[in-house]
Design a protein. Structure first.
Length: 276
């Protein structure tokens, strides 16, 4: 179902596509967050016969384990480069997934097409949260299920984005901050009146690296949002300030009992069922 796309919205989507194509998100995902997709697939109890859509699939974090569990899976993402990486990962895993370029705010599928709709650390970056929630519900069959994992505002990555924000140009007033998808109250409001019954859980994943400084430099080289922040700020002589703030944040969150870095980052698990 087509949604309204103004020139301002399209320009932001183009910037998002460029952001997530920057760096090497495949390396970031494989090092840091693959267990989140595995956990969500296990929580959803997926298996043979389930028709599954993984929205904002990235490099297939939920799509690939869902296919390995026997489900028939399509992964959709705004960024062709990420879909190419996802296809390589699926081939290495020996599973079959259909990969489709598409927008979480305007999914290229008919109403009620899937038994299960998933997203791990993806839909929260679509700018219009209510539009995205409506699309997740629309493509889910009556009696079907929705499973999401998103960073919480209070967790390490939530604070990571809060640290970056003041250094960057302000977002348009119609853009919702990504970590709000990690707030139970916000998610309840998004799905209010849709007939989706919700349950929540909070979990954490550990990020590990040689040191806080090394972790931030790894992210600045490979994690699209920080790659773009560095590209913008470095010519202005401002990158050093943001880097120092992110290192200080990481030092405060560092729970390693040796000279390395370990920070636990919280994410919200959303388990929904659409009324039948």
């Amino acid at each position: 179902m087509a949604t309204t796309t103004t020139p301002d919205v399209q320009a932001l989507k183009d910037r998002h596509r460029a952001t997530w194509a920057a760096g090497d998100y495949e390396a970031v995902a494989e090092r840091l967050v693959l267990e989140i997709g595995d956990h969500l697939v296990a929580r959803m109890g997926l298996g043979a016969g389930d028709e599954v859509l993984d929205v904002a699939t990235g490099t297939g974090n939920a799509a690939i384990p869902a296919a390995a569990a026997g489900a028939r899976v399509i992964g959709v993402d705004l960024v062709p480069r990420l879909l190419e990486a996802a296809a390589r990962r699926a081939a290495r895993a020996g599973v079959r997934v259909g990969w489709t370029e598409g927008d979480a705010e305007d999914l290229p599928f008919d109403d009620a097409s899937f038994d299960v709709v998933l997203s791990t650390l993806g839909v929260q970056f679509a700018p219009r949260h209510a539009v995205t929630a409506g699309e997740l519900v629309r493509v889910c069959r009556p009696g079907g299920r929705i499973g999401l994992c998103n960073w919480t505002p209070e967790g390490y990555i939530g604070r990571f984005f809060a640290t970056i924000g003041p250094h960057m140009p302000p977002a348009p007033d119609w853009v919702s901050p990504p970590p709000l998808w990690g707030s139970e109250d916000h998610v309840r409001r998004l799905f209010a009146g849709t007939g989706v019954e919700l349950a929540f859980d909070r979990r954490s994943v550990d990020f590990r690296h040689a040191s806080p400084e090394a972790f931030i430099d790894f992210m600045a080289a490979d994690y699209g949002p920080l790659v773009k922040a560095r590209e913008l700020l470095d010519p202005q002589g401002r990158w050093g300030d943001l880097r120092a703030e992110l290192i200080a944040l990481s030092e405060r969150w560092d729970a390693a009992d040796d000279d390395t870095f370990r920070a636990s980052s919280e994410y919200l698990v959303v388990l929904g069922r659409r009324a039948g």
